[in-house]
Write a protein that binds this ligand. Structure first.
Ligand code: CAA
Length: 259
C-alpha cells in the first residue's frame, strides 16, 4: 500500500518500520498523516510475520505536533462533534504488538504525545521533547497532561506544560521519559536492534508483557499484580513456554512458534 505522509517498510521480515514523512512541516500530524499511520499500524499488527513495530521521523523532527495550520480555524463544534484527536489518534493504543518510538529532533506537542503512546522511546542525542501548546492558547490534547506526569512526575510535567520549555535527550533519559539515548547516527540501528530482539521472542509472551505493563497505568497495585499473575499462569498453556524452558534446561536456543 502506498501512503502519502508516511513510508512503510519491513526489516528481516519481522520488524515493521513506519517513517513519518511530511518534511516541509516538520512532520506535523495532520488528519491525513494520522489516518495513514493508523492504517499502517493496524496492518503490521495483523501481519503474522511481524513481531515489533518502529515509528520514527526524520533527523530534524520526529513530529513538531498536531498541524497548527490545519486546526487554526476549527470551532468548538468542529472539534467536539468531529471527535478531533480521538478519531484517529487512539488507534495506536489498540495495537497489541510492541511499538518503539525512535525519536530524533523535535518531538513537540502531539509529537511528544505520539512518542509517549508508543511502548518505549529510544532517543537520539539531538532529541527535544516538549508540550508547547500553551504558547498557542491551548493545552495538550492527545494525552500529554496524563502520560507526561506518569513518565516524569508532576513537577517536570507542570514545568513543561506551563512554561513550554523543551527537555533535551539527556534530561529526558534522566527523567525516565526515554529508555535509551544514542548518537543520532546510531538511532536507526539501536531501534532496529531492540525490535529484532523483541521479534525473536514468543509473540504471545511479548503481547502479555506489554498488556501487563500497561495495566500498571490503569489499576491499583493489588489488581495489577493479580492481572499479571493470571497472565503469567496462562502462559503455561503455550507451546512457547514449553519450548523456552526446555531450551534453557537443555542449553540450546529456543525456536518459538508463537503458539
Ligand atoms: N503545525 C504546522 N506546521 C508546522 C508545525 C506544526 N505543529 N511545526 C512546524 N511547522 C512548519 C512551519 O510552519 C514551517 O513551515 P513553512 O516553512 O511553510 O513556514 C516549517 O514547519 C518549518 O518550521 P520552522 O520554520 O518554524 O522551523 P524552526 O526550526 O524555526 O522551528 C519549531 C522549529 C521550534 C519546531 C517550530 O516550528 C515550532 O515551534 N513548531 C510548533 C510546535 C508546536 O507548537 N507544537 C504543538 C502543536 S499543538 C498540538 O500538538 C496539540 C496536541 O496536543 C495534539
Amino acid at each position: 500500500m502506498n501512503y502519502e505522509n508516511i513510508e512503510v517498510r519491513t526489516e528481516a521480515g519481522t520488524v515493521g518500520i513506519i517513517t513519518l514523512n511530511r518534511p516541509k512541516a516538520l512532520n506535523a500530524l495532520n488528519d491525513a498523516l494520522m489516518t495513514d499511520l493508523g492504517h499502517a499500524l493496524k496492518a503490521f499488527d495483523a501481519d503474522e510475520a511481524i513481531g515489533c513495530i518502529i515509528v520514527t521521523g526524520s533527523e530534524r523532527a520526529f513530529a513538531a505536533g498536531a498541524d497548527i495550520r490545519a486546526m487554526a480555524n476549527y470551532s468548538f463544534a468542529d472539534v467536539y462533534k468531529g471527535d478531533f484527536i480521538t478519531r484517529n489518534w487512539e488507534i495506536i493504543r489498540s495495537v497489541r504488538k510492541p511499538v518503539i518510538a525512535a525519536v530524533a529532533g523535535f518531538a513537540l506537542g502531539g509529537g511528544c504525545e505520539l512518542a509517549m503512546m508508543c511502548d518505549f522511546i529510544i532517543a537520539a542525542d539531538n532529541a527535544k521533547f516538549g508540550q508547547p501548546e500553551i504558547k498557542i492558547g491551548v493545552i495538550p490534547g492527545a494525552g500529554g497532561t496524563q502520560r507526561l506526569p506518569r513518565a516524569v512526575g508532576k513537577s517536570k510535567a507542570m514545568d513543561m506544560a506551563l512554561t513550554a520549555r523543551m527537555m533535551d535527550a539527556a534530561e529526558a533519559e534522566r527523567s525516565g521519559l526515554v529508555s535509551r539515548v544514542v548518537p543520532l547516527d546510531k538511532l536507526a540501528d539501536e531501534a532496529l536492534g531492540a525490535a529484532l530482539v523483541i521479534a525473536g521472542f514468543s509473540r504471545i509472551a511479548v503481547m502479555a508483557a506489554k498488556e501487563s505493563v500497561n495495566r500498571a497505568f490503569e489499576s491499583g497495585l493489588s489488581d495489577g499484580v493479580m492481572f499479571e499473575r493470571r497472565l503469567f499462569h496462562s502462559l503455561f498453556a503455550s507451546n512457547d513456554q514449553k519450548e523456552g524452558m526446555d531450551a534453557f534446561v537443555n542449553k540450546r536456543e529456543p525456536t518459538f512458534t508463537h503458539t
